[in-house]
Design a protein around this ligand. Structure first.
Ligand code: FES
Length: 87
């Protein structure tokens, strides 16, 4: 598991294995707009302020993935223990 921090509210939540970031955020009342839930459409794109995403989408280009400053929270996860998102 890893921790996701929503910078604007300061709320933090653990994301369990088999749980999406979207689902984890919902448990603390943070809603991110979603559509495809498969990493295809880009609707759930969030800016990453800290931490290293584990990109599981097919939306971002390889360069964008390597920059580690954006994440699609419907399907991607974290390689670091903690991700801070600009939400
Ligand atoms: Fe479509 Fe996340 S909801 S990429």
């Amino acid at each position: 598991s890893f921790e996701v921090v929503a910078q604007r509210s300061g709320k933090a939540v653990q994301v369990a294995e088999g749980q999406t970031i979207i689902d984890a955020l919902a448990t603390v009342g943070i809603k991110v707009e979603i559509s495809c839930e498969q990493g295809v459409c880009g609707t759930c794109l969030c800016d990453v302020l800290e931490g290293e995403p584990d990109h599981r989408d097919v939306y971002l280009t390889d360069d964008e993935k390597a920059a580690n400053d954006q994440i699609l929270v419907c399907c991607s996860r974290a390689k670091s223990k903690k991700l801070v998102l600009d939400i």
